[in-house]
Design a protein. Structure first.
Length: 216
């Protein structure tokens, strides 16, 4: 190995693995000036999750690592190799080995969520319309423009009822499974922010409690 050989590592903040034994290739994108070193390091085992044979071990499905621990394990095999970190300094590895997906449970959760969102949104819209007195505004506007008293169901109410769902679909950038534009939807953006906050909290908690796998 030449003294100038360099290993470049890029690891995301949250990685999901499907095996109890975690190899470096499972969590990192790597590039090295020496192809033989790269091949060896891709197969290097860095951690083994305990078997999920008891409910008490479910808490071990997620583990926080420090990049320094990965560098230390790499240097155990190649002490003179220079390691350049291009990704996160602390990251989470989640093991999903042995998890049996229950499709009916996913459908049930989706159905319950849809019902809650539907009635919750309907109640919010009705409460808003009642607070700002949309009905009275429409009646007053209709009488001023048309010259007759509104009977409660006019062109204004019809256009409002049609325009509101169209506006919601355009705002959320989603019509069924299709997007209006290629931009991320507001829900996708908020979900990414939520995931980042959860990951940051998990990493901080693990670090404070001394449960992060780091160097001594």
């Amino acid at each position: 190995m030449a003294a100038q050989d360099t290993l470049y590592l890029k690891i995301d903040r949250n990685i999901i693995v499907q095996d109890y034994q975690v190899h470096l290739n499972d969590i990192a994108k790597m590039e090295c000036t020496d192809e033989s070193i790269l091949r060896q390091l891709k197969q290097k085992k860095i951690y083994t999750f305990p078997k999920q044979d008891t409910p008490e071990k479910k808490k071990h499905r997620m583990q926080v690592f420090s990049i320094l621990n990965i560098v230390k394990q790499v240097h155990e095999d190649y002490p003179e190799l220079e390691v350049q970190n291009m990704g996160e300094t602390d990251f989470i590895v989640e093991c999903q080995a042995g998890i049996v997906q229950k499709q009916w449970l996913d459908f049930l959760k989706t159905a319950v969520l849809c019902v809650v969102i539907f009635f919750g949104s309907a109640f919010t819209i009705m409460a808003f319309n009642n607070d700002v007195a949309v009905g009275e505004v429409f009646s007053s506007l209709y009488k001023q423009v048309i010259g007759v008293k509104s009977n409660g169901v006019t062109e204004l109410e019809v256009c409002y009822a049609i325009g509101m769902p169209i506006g919601i679909m355009v705002f959320y950038n989603h019509i069924g499974k299709k997007k209006v534009t290629p931009d991320p939807t507001p829900i996708q953006i908020e979900m990414r922010k939520y995931e980042e906050d959860v990951d940051s909290a998990f990493v901080e908690n693990a670090s404070r409690e001394g449960k992060s796998i780091d160097v001594d």
